[in-house]
Design a protein around this ligand. Sequence first.
Ligand SMILES: Nc1nc2c(c(=O)[nH]1)N=C([C@H](O)[C@@H](O)CO)CN2
Length: 116
Amino acid sequence: MDIIFIDDLRIDTLIGIYPREREMRQTIEVSLKIGLSTASAGASDDIHDTINYAEVVGRLRQELGVRQFGLIEKLAEYIATLLLEDFGAQWVQVSIAKLGMMPGVKRVGVVIERSS
Ligand SMILES: Nc1nc2c(c(=O)[nH]1)N=C([C@H](O)[C@@H](O)CO)CN2
């Protein structure tokens, strides 16, 4: 299995379990490991033979711009499903981090792994 990765993608979205979090967007960091075979793209040099990471970033910005989530677990699951079903990934690791949520804590988050 090969991996395409995206590290610390910053996105503004509505996320959280408290009413104040439903009113104001906050910045989260999304890191992805996308498992697939890159052998055909490595041979053909054709973007259509792989997962275009620019398309992934664009799609996530678009989706998270119009959606709202309570838990980061729910958001992570949503992104994992999107990568598996819409982008044809074989395996994904999705990390979501919230920044500066609590005094003395830099980041909190979740990491999930899913496969098709
Ligand atoms: N396991 C989780 N714990 C908490 C979450 C979450 O999404 N998953 N969210 C919150 C609040 O929204 C928090 O970010 C605000 O302080 C608390 N715990």
